[in-house]
Ligand binder design. Structure first.
Ligand code: SF4
Length: 352
């Protein structure tokens, strides 16, 4: 966990696997979903081929991000099993899975804990007003249901990432209420690793007709969020959605210390390509910030994991520890491989 008083900013070298884009919700700002039945599910052999290409490259985290199958659908069990199997495969191939696939039952969360080092779900906003607007046709976005996921994650000792989507019709007071709710749940279980502050950034597929969240407002929101959230929760911002370099630096000055998963594609915001590590370092370094890779689980949560997961995590800590000689070697290794990575990433983008 980057200390808010240190000059370290973290990111997770990640790749996103999408089991399916089909989703029974229809959030009007969505640029991800297809209608149910219109997105073939990713097979294990396709995933295996992708993971084989990523092996020994600059990827530690496999983010499993999926559209949702209705809890009462006859397909739900198969959908869940596919997600579980993809996590298991990623783990067996040496990666660290982090799943974010919408609200789950307690039993589903409990099972996924066996094959994930952490999990996530955006709380987005707690105000029920959005159920009449952007979430009118999105039953999964009932605020109490999402808050319950945070509670269950705490009961299960699951290291968890959540966050707010800013600029979808809520008020500034709604932000503080949502942040206070996250803070309150965390006080009971101490399980929230990161809170993402994600500015709404319109894409080509969405039907929600609204301006992007003004990124120039973000530093002030971060600053207030930093006062509401306990210091051990890291604030994350997606740098591809804060394009102006000066404002990105202002967000970090205001208290953001993590830039999230950086990989070839931002699946949720496909119109906003990720800024890659070298370029981000070039922005941060002259201002005195050091960008370092992190794992999808923070060290203080390692003892919440099964022995098998702890072994996988400990292998990665040896290569990603920012103070170790190994990390220096790893960075040299990455820069030697950067040309090759570019080609692989382009190839994967073309195939995705
Ligand atoms: S934002 Fe998520 S839950 Fe909403 S429609 Fe898109 S994929 Fe489904």
């Amino acid at each position: 966990m980057p200390d808010v008083n240190s000059a370290i900013v973290t990111y997770s070298p990640a790749y996103t696997i999408v089991p399916t884009y089909e989703c029974f919700n229809r959030c009007t700002y969505c640029n991800f979903r297809t209608d149910p039945g219109e997105s073939p599910w990713m097979t294990l052999s396709t995933a295996e081929n992708i993971l084989k290409r990523l092996k020994n490259e600059k990827v530690c985290e496999i983010l499993i991000l999926s559209g949702e199958v209705h809890p009462h659908s006859s397909q739900r069990q198969a959908w869940f099993q596919r997600i579980y199997d993809l996590c298991e495969l990623a783990l067996a191939m040496g990666f660290l899975p982090h799943t974010n696939v919408g609200p789950l039952s307690f039993a589903e969360m409990q099972k996924l804990k066996n094959v994930n080092v952490s999990m996530g779900l955006m709380l987005e906003q707690l105000t029920p007003a959005l159920l009449k607007t952007v979430h009118r046709y999105a039953p999964s976005k009932v605020p109490e249901r999402r808050l319950q996921q945070l509670q269950w994650a705490g009961e299960l000792q699951l290291p968890f990432t959540t966050g707010l989507l800013l600029g979808i019709g809520e008020t500034a007071d709604d932000w503080w209420t949502t942040l206070e709710a996250i803070s309150n749940i965390h006080q009971s279980y101490h399980h929230i690793q990161e809170v993402i502050l994600q500015p709404h950034s319109p894409g080509n597929q969405q039907i929600f007709n609204a301006q992007p969240f003004n990124p120039h407002q973000l530093p002030a929101v971060i600053s207030k969020a930093r006062q509401i959230l306990p210091p051990e929760i890291t604030i994350q911002i997606p740098p591809n959605l804060v394009k102006d370099e000066q404002w990105l630096l202002a967000c970090i000055e205001a208290g953001a210390r993590d830039l999230g998963g950086i990989g070839p594609i931002d699946e949720v915001n496909p119109d906003y390509p990720h800024i890659q590590e070298q370029k981000l370092s070039g922005i941060l370094q002259p201002a005195g910030w050091k960008l370092v890779p992190r794992l999808p689980v923070y060290p203080k949560f390692d003892n919440w994991l099964s022995k098998e997961l702890q072994k996988a995590v400990s292998r990665w800590r040896k290569v990603l520890n920012p103070t170790s000689v190994d990390n220096h070697r790893f960075r040299n290794y990455l820069s030697r491989r950067s040309h090759k990575n570019k080609n692989i990433n382009l190839q994967i983008q073309n195939e995705a």
